[in-house]
Ligand binder design. Sequence first.
Ligand code: SF4
Length: 455
Amino acid sequence: MTVRLLDLFRIGLGPSSSHTVGPMRAAARFREHCLAKGLVPERISVDLKGSLSATGRGHATDVAVMAGLHGWSPDDCDVDAVHALPTTLRSDPLIPWGDGMTRLVPDDVVFLPWAAYRDETLPHPNTMVCRAWIGSDVVHEETWCSIGGGFVRDTAHLGDDINVTRISPPVLEFHDAGSLVARARQISGGLGDVVLVNEIAWERDAGRVGRGLDRIYAAMRACIERGVARDGVLPGGLNVKRRAQAMLARVDAGHVDASYAHIARAQAYAFAVNEENAAGGRVVTAPINGAAGIVPGVLVEIADRLQLDNDRIQSALATAGAIGMLVKTHASISGAEVGCQGEVGTATAMAAAMLCEILGGDPRQAEMAAEIAIEHNLGLTCDPMRGLVQAPCIERNAMGVAKAWSAAQLALHSVLSNVVSLDRVIKVMKRTGDDMRREYKETSEGGLAVSLPEC
Ligand code: SF4
């Protein structure tokens, strides 16, 4: 397994890891390559294709590309400055570019209609073509793909291993869920402990790994705090009202049945994260933005309830990460590739395994919890209304919290092995995603996105 833990959990911008964070990174890489060649073009243009074009407007893909072309990074950029770019660039389209300036006009970041490239075979459902111009000549061109979770590849490296930062073979090699469980038993630890051993060996510094995970957890908590402090209507025109604050207030006031309060609180936290994400705020990919509320919702609630210390929280994040690594490697965490089963399904499985271990489950039970969570999300389509990561996405995260809790409990109380293994169900997810029509893979051309008026 070669995906790195801190590549899976990344601090970035909402509303979408594949449609906002990825395109921002890809544009920044294009800029870097131009600068490395000493190119100072007169102007830059970007064509957005596939799902980036179909739902990119709702995901602010164009704004993210403009930010990336400035060389800004999703994890530390000024969020307000990013959102202001369409306005600031219209009044002054010249941006610093190496020793000179180049022209970046918002209208040159184009959501290309499908008819314009329908005869092309795209290298990936999320494709963008960046061009540097001098006069009427294209002096440099790169095609980039946003492959999910904020990861990007140019076409020359599309098939490469996801991880490019690994420097040596892992100490505890695992390639699937079966070998992950075996490794955990070998060290008498949990699934996350296997991942942590590898990460610490790669970093040669346990403190650095721990600090990285502490930063991720702090960012998750901060996102929840911002989300529950805000009220009002989310941007985009769908008139979706923020609900996290009111939901949490009801739990705090005792208006929720005591037997359900822990899930209700975790669901309010998930709402908070996803509302921040929908508003373009700072979130942690877990494993992607659209499903970013499930892992923090479950983790913050259980951590507060059980007063978990830093070590337990780090281990819990690593367990969640282990499941995300397996799905990312053998199926996909991108709604554009396999539908929402890859996003909410994966996040639910990550949270289920994590919670199962926190509640005392052994590695086999944690694996079972993840399997149950994915099995009962199989076939889940991606059909965001108006291309906004709001409906059904926000509620779907809250449902993911409840499913994760149920899956963890089912696994903890199962005396027999599950019929389907996690490895098999991940393969089924991939096959189901391959069979899914493109209308149901983050194009907003199927399901809820188009059917409500007819129902
Ligand atoms: S429906 Fe699911 S996969 Fe699609 S954008 Fe929403 S959360 Fe992501």
